[in-house]
Design a protein around this ligand. Structure first.
Ligand code: CU
Length: 409
């Protein structure tokens, strides 16, 4: 994770400080110039008035890969992002990186959605209470978050009028030229908290521990096949809820990730690699020699058969999806949840950062608990928020450490 020093620097944040800043009640901020809102048809619970809106955030200007300061990696923090609704339940959302014309921007064209995540600055994080509530994290796999489980569950993330939502996006550009991209999110929601709907409590479960303090040994020439397991303390909720959705986030090289309750395996997720051309790059591309598909006589469209092996050495297949788990039953304070992640960097080429070191390992399982609304509302009203600076500082510090350890000698 690289909610990086560029961002911290820009905000004048001194690392290591963890002072909670009270957030004043506020109205929806004006949308940033270029943000587009488009009304779509809801997929689930349309009969209950569900709405679907595509919000295209941006534009984000990516520096070129030759830029001396960023090497093409740029963070775009929005501390008060335009939400699709207020006093509503977000029942699902998708995330895509797009070009100006609305088509997908992906690895085969040299842009990479390194990370994107949402935090509610008015709430307290469930697994690391010194931080604000982490709502989700996503990477280039662009996992959908569907809290209705395809319309089978009435649940959603409650957004209050006064909530300040932080959207952090980091994009990497492997091309020499600067480019403009947009973060396109499709939000689905219902107004208010309709009868029969539960409120979702999101929980970030991480092999690095609840407050990201246990860094695994970095991948490297002598550490290519390994697994990382969360410390035995794990995470125990201070409430009882239905654990009904797990959305993982891992990096290239991952082969599987597992979640355990009280030591018992309850969820196994498996990533897919290079499932479409958009997720396939060429060896050497990261030296920005060329984009995938640009060479003459080297097209992937049309007659696929035979002549073209995507598994051959000069192709890199990136994580293009990862499975999710649903409906795992009631979990409460007496239970302990842990996560373990398996990596094989020989089987799957790992991502390299601009300094040539391997990307830090990630093994995150985003847990979604459905809970009765009265109970959650009571909890929410008692929350004081957490320090986003403390979170960003931790992430920046980890990133620096992990890169220093992994740096080629
Ligand atoms: Cu990641």
């Amino acid at each position: 994770m690289k909610f990086n020093t560029v961002i911290l620097g820009a905000l004048g944040v001194r690392s290591g400080l963890g002072i909670a800043v009270p957030v004043a009640p506020r109205d929806e901020p004006p949308a940033a110039l270029g943000t587009k809102v488009q009304v779509l048809e809801a997929k689930y619970f349309k009969e209950l008035g569900a709405k679907r809106v595509k919000i295209t955030y941006g534009p984000m200007l990516l520096p070129g890969a030759d830029d001396a300061t960023t090497h093409g990696m740029q963070g775009f923090p929005d501390r008060d992002v335009l939400m699709p609704c207020r006093e509503c339940l977000i029942t699902g959302f998708t995330t895509d990186l797009q070009w100006e014309d609305g088509s997908t921007a992906n690895a085969n064209k040299g842009v990479w959605l390194h990370h994107t995540g949402l935090m509610n600055l008015n709430r307290t994080d469930a697994s690391c209470p010194e931080w604000p509530e982490r709502i989700n994290v996503n990477g280039n796999e662009r996992s959908p978050f569907d809290m209705t489980v395809k319309g089978t569950r009435k649940a959603g993330y409650y957004v209050r009028k006064t909530d300040q939502i932080f959207l952090q996006t980091e994009v990497m550009n492997y091309a020499q030229d600067p480019r403009l991209v947009y973060l396109a999110m499709e939000w689905e929601y219902v107004e208010g908290i309709p009868d029969g709907f539960d409120i979702v409590t999101p929980v970030w479960l991480d092999v690095k521990g609840n407050c990201l303090t246990d860094l695994p040994a970095p991948a490297g020439p002598n550490n290519m096949v390994f697994n990382v397991t969360m410390g035995a303390a794990g995470y125990s909720p201070n409430f009882t809820g239905e654990l009904f959705l797990i959305v993982p986030h891992i990096h290239d090289g991952n082969t599987k990730q597992e979640v355990y309750i009280d030591g018992k395996l309850v969820c196994q997720n498996v990533p897919g690699y290079g499932e479409t051309e958009a997720f396939v790059t060429h060896e050497g591309m990261y030296g920005h020699e060329h984009e995938h598909g640009e060479e003459p006589g080297h097209e992937h469209g049309g007659g696929e058969e035979g002549h073209h092996d995507h598994g051959s050495d000069d192709h890199i297949l990136h994580v293009s999806s990862i499975t999710q788990c649903v409906n795992l039953g009631k979990v409460g304070p007496g239970n302990k949840i842990t996560v373990a992640s398996w990596y094989n960097m020989t089987e799957h080429k790992p991502m390299k950062d601009h300094d040539g070191s391997l990307e830090p390992i990630m093994g995150i399982a985003f847990l979604h608990f459905a809970r009765p609304k009265d109970e959650v509302l009571k909890d929410i009203l008692a929350m004081k928020g957490g320090s986003v600076e403390a979170f960003l500082a931790r992430v920046a510090e980890n990133d620096a450490k992990e890169h220093a350890q992994a740096a080629p000698h």
